[in-house]
Design a protein around this ligand. Structure first.
Ligand code: ZN
Length: 179
């Protein structure tokens, strides 16, 4: 089984309407949280910026959560803008749902596939692993990864998931011998 890995190369942009200029693209930049204490309750926001006008948009991560319910280590990571926590916060589907944005993955990921096709007996099996939740259409990914046309993909690929349905979950496929 050949391994293919889908991984991000940077953080994706956010498709999010700016109230200041109306543009629909925002970036996390280097990643910054804001933590506010209100008595014993904490608010945590992820700060993102409009790509056009630099307006700051606050995305609610935690609202009115008792301080004592935070792990001190995690709280410290919010205070120091820990890059790993910025990434996992941004990629958490709950954040997107709560703050009504979608992620724009264009140009923010790559496919790592073995450089040369090994001299294996047909058919060849490939396992696709997602290190990050990048939404891809299997038929597009396979065509791109193997340098095949969409028609060839339909003819030569047997796949355990629907080829045209966008997914971010791992799958396997089999490449049958060509003509
Ligand atoms: Zn703007």
């Amino acid at each position: 089984m050949l391994p293919w890995v889908v991984r991000r190369t940077r953080l994706p942009l956010l498709a999010l309407r700016c109230v200041h200029c109306g543009s629909e693209s925002a970036t996390t930049g280097k990643g910054r949280f804001r933590v506010n204490a209100n008595g014993k309750l904490l608010h945590v926001w992820l700060l993102v910026r409009c790509v056009s006008c630099n307006w700051t948009i606050k995305l609610a991560v935690h609202e009115r959560v008792p301080v004592r319910s935070f792990d001190p280590v995690v709280l410290d990571r919010y205070h120091t803008n820990d890059p790993g926590l910025v990434a996992s916060t941004l990629l958490d589907p709950l954040l997107a749902r709560r703050n009504r944005f979608t992620l724009d993955w264009e140009g923010a990921w790559r496919l790592d596939a073995p450089p040369s096709w090994p001299d294996e007996a047909w058919p060849v099996q490939v396992e696709v692993v997602f290190e990050d939740p990048v939404p891809v259409r299997p038929d597009w990914l396979i065509a791109h990864g193997l340098g095949l046309s969409r028609n060839e993909v339909l003819r030569r690929i047997k796949c355990d998931v629907p080829l045209r349905r966008t997914t971010s979950a791992g799958f396997t496929f089999t490449v049958m011998a060509g003509d």
